[in-house]
Design a protein around this ligand. Structure first.
Ligand code: GDG
Length: 735
């Protein structure tokens, strides 16, 4: 694979300027650790904001910072104070963050924030575009840059774009609230690979893509014209060994070398076997459920008074987004609650909650992880939650209990935790009691499973799986384009056309000769198509057949005056030019009276759907129905029909937003073969766009030129992109 670049809101360094001396301090967070391994290994650049507003630094200093960053292969995107205020504190943290964490009441809908979000995303994209070369790969991170994938893709279609969202993707009913919901989805769909922490977020995203954009989704792939986008879950891991080794070091350190925090912990708790510690660590964010956690701890002390004086909650709340109103209010609420719990249950020798409103060095974090008997992780919404994984990695003696919210992405990998609903304070209180009284044996049993799993899928594995998937999607994109009719192939087909004496040309109608229309009856051929066919028919060597699922009447009317043959209703009927209609096989329609009522009941229950009746088939159309409901109903219908079709020798065809029930043993392939039987065609061409045409591609002799319209997987030899591609192709044959 070629170079891989990273784009994230922040560069993986913070910058310290002291008297013109510039220090780059590496970030230690999970993202920085995981991505450092990627962009270094693949000779890429890291594009992001250096963290200092550009109006705070003069040009000279700014150039020096750029030079230092360049040495680390970092490309800075400079942002002014106003941009940071509107794009980052504003749209990212006051609009997207609450929306994606289901805090609809906190969303700021100010269009000024949106405008800045668009222009700053463009700034990031422009910097990336300057850095990129054709064939490179780029991996974009998180909600601050949702528009960047499309901004890059539209200018550099040859670049492979990955996007990973670190926060939840909400359900459609929540996402739709946002006035700019379509723009965000469109922005993300510029990526070739989109990653989420869990399958649930992936599912929600698909639902929004379907409902807002109407794109086809099969399994984990979205098809948009000539592109395939893969969407998958990649649960982010941690640098497991770093946490484990740091915890081992701390345990082995002689007392005099231990930190002040550790000495304090020993003095008050660690040397008294009946004193227990419960730990809570997060950024001070309303999504983390901190007030509920404090209320639950108070309820626990109330309900289980035997623990009063013996159990302490150590609560580390790291200051975050302190300029945003809801965070300021949260800080006051938490301060008040801590005071209340300590006032109610504390005494001169006992402080129930040890509260730290600050950030701590990494070593202190490890001290806390390795000293605390229980870790309380109770967010009301959390994309993943790395604290839970870090606690597990730091438990070198394999004991300790984790109490985990079912609303955190990490819960999918931590079935052995005590799982709670973060709004059920009574349940949390009971779980604290259960954790504190759990036998060491049970603790070990649970912890060892958790450790094995979290160790296996660490941050490096996470990053490499994503990179591998980027490689795979690159291959899929290439293979989609591989069979395309290019100049060389066109010349080959033209030459074989010219040198032939008798030609069979099979052309599907909808989606091949003409685009899809909203109603089945307004798809009549346009002037350009008529002229094109007249020209082809005029050559006496050409025997042209329109081969379609449509009924006899429409096609015959539309092509009156043309020297054309027909195979219709997927091969039930055929008509040679100047002759009568002939049934190709003994089809019957007596089954219709049993199937029709079933389809009617589906029409009644699914608004926007209708039945089309053909001579030997019935078609349920659901193009205009609400997509998810229609998909559910389609599955239900297939299920219901399955038992009926065997008795009546019927077949179910699934077309584009249609389900067709037709007499069995008939398809376009069998019909086309019958048509060329006993004739010596020395040039056979078949063109079609949907899977019913695949029968034709498979059945026709190997020497036939079979051409699929669209770039998806096919048995045809070649592909053209669109209806206009078909028309150009046919016109060129006669040139
Ligand atoms: C977002 C998503 C998703 C905390 N206090 C200190 C400190 N930390 C470190 C922890 C941990 C990190 O901060 C917090 O990570 P989380 O995953 O828990 O939460 P968010 O910051 O909200 O992260 C989240 C994550 O992105 C990754 O995709 O899991 O769902 O919201 O690593 O150790 N580190 C130090 N001192 C502290 O006081 N040194």
């Amino acid at each position: 694979m070629n170079r891989i670049h990273i784009v994230s809101n922040r560069l993986p360094f913070s910058i310290n300027v002291d008297n013109e001396k510039i220090d780059l301090i590496p970030s230690v967070g999970g993202l920085a650790t995981g991505m450092r391994s990627v962009y270094k290994e693949y000779n890429g650049k890291w594009i992001g904001w250096p963290g200092l507003p550009s109006d705070d630094i003069d040009e000279n200093l700014s150039n020096k910072i750029d030079t230092e960053l360049e040495k680390e292969d970092c490309v800075p995107v400079h942002l002014t104070k106003e941009e940071v205020d509107l794009y980052y504190d504003g749209f990212s943290n006051r609009t997207i963050w609450p929306l994606f964490h289901y805090f609809a009441q906190y969303i700021d809908y100010d269009p000024k924030l949106w405008e800045s979000f668009v222009s700053v995303n463009q700034k990031f994209a422009d910097k990336a575009i300057e850095t990129l070369e054709e064939g490179d790969t780029i991996w974009i991170h998180d909600y601050q840059l949702l528009l960047v994938p499309e901004m890059i893709k539209s200018k550099r279609p040859g670049v492979t774009v990955g996007f990973f969202l670190h926060i939840p993707f909400p359900s459609f009913e929540v996402f739709r609230i946002l006035p700019w919901r379509k723009e965000l989805i469109q922005g993300m769909l510029g990526a070739d690979l989109i990653g989420f922490h869990t399958y649930d977020y992936q599912r929600h995203f698909f639902s929004s893509v379907r409902r807002l954009m109407g794109y086809e989704i099969s399994f984990n792939q979205i098809q948009i014209e000539d592109r395939i986008i893969i969407v998958d879950a990649f649960p982010m891991g941690i640098d497991y060994d770093k946490f484990k080794n740091a915890a081992i070091d701390i345990v082995q350190k002689p007392l005099q070398e231990k930190s002040e925090l550790h000495r304090e912990l020993e003095k008050y708790f660690l040397l008294s076997p009946d004193r227990k510690l419960v730990l809570s660590i997060d950024r001070l964010d309303y999504s983390k459920g901190i007030p509920n956690r404090l209320k639950a701890f108070a309820e626990f002390l109330e309900k289980y008074p035997e623990f009063v004086g013996k159990v302490t909650l150590i609560m580390l709340a790291v200051p975050s987004r302190g300029t945003v109103e809801h965070y300021i209010n949260l800080k006051s609420e938490v301060d008040e609650l801590v005071g209340k719990v300590n006032g109610q249950f504390g005494n001169i020798n006992y402080t129930p909650v040890w509260y730290f409103y600050r950030s701590m060095p990494f070593e202190s974090l490890i001290e806390l992880y390795s000293s605390c008997d229980v870790c309380l992780v109770t967010p009301v919404r959390d994309g993943m939650n790395l604290v839970a994984k870090e606690y597990v990695a730091s438990r070198t003696n394999h004991t300790g209990v984790i109490i985990l919210s079912e609303m955190a992405g990490v819960v999918k990998e931590m079935g052995e935790a005590l799982i709670i609903n973060p709004n059920n304070t009574n349940e949390i209180a009971d779980s604290i009691q259960q954790a504190l009284t759990m036998s060491l044996e049970e603790q070990r049993e649970r912890m060892v499973f958790l450790q094995d799993r979290i160790k296996r899928y660490d941050v490096f594995k996470w990053a490499s799986e994503f990179v591998d998937s980027l490689g795979k999607v690159q291959k899929i994109q290439h293979s989609l384009h591989a069979k395309r009719v290019n100049t060389h192939i066109m010349e080959k087909i033209q030459s074989s056309y010219k040198n032939s004496k008798m030609r069979a040309i099979f052309l599907d109608y909808d989606g091949t000769l003409t685009g899809f229309k909203k109603k089945p009856n307004d798809a009549c051929p346009d002037k350009e198509l008529h002229e094109l066919l007249y020209k082809l028919e005029a050559d006496p060597k050409n025997i042209i057949t329109i081969i379609s699922g449509r009924d006899r009447e429409s096609l015959e009317n539309w092509f009156e005056g043309h020297k054309i043959n027909f195979i219709v209703e997927h091969g039930v009927w055929s008509k040679k030019f100047g002759k009568e209609w002939k049934m190709l096989t003994n089809a019957t329609d007596t089954w219709k009276s049993s199937i029709q009522p079933i389809l009617e009941s589906f029409v009644d229950r699914t608004p926007g759907t209708f039945i089309e009746e053909k001579n030997y088939s019935l078609v349920w159309h659901f193009r205009k129905a609400e997509p998810e409901q229609a998909e559910l109903r389609a599955n239900e219908l297939k299920d219901e029909l399955r038992t009926m079709i065997a008795n009546h020798n019927l077949e179910i065809l699934e077309g584009n937003k249609v389900i067709e029930v037709k007499t069995g043993g008939i398809n376009k392939g069998i019909a086309a073969l019958q048509f060329i039987k006993n004739k010596s065609f020395d040039f056979i061409l078949a063109m079609g766009d949907d899977w019913t045409d695949e029968y034709m591609f498979r059945e026709l002799p190997e020497t036939a030129y079979t051409i699929k319209v669209g770039l998806t997987h096919t048995a045809a030899n070649y592909k053209v992109e669109s209806v206009s591609g078909v028309r150009t192709f046919l016109a060129k044959l006669e040139e």
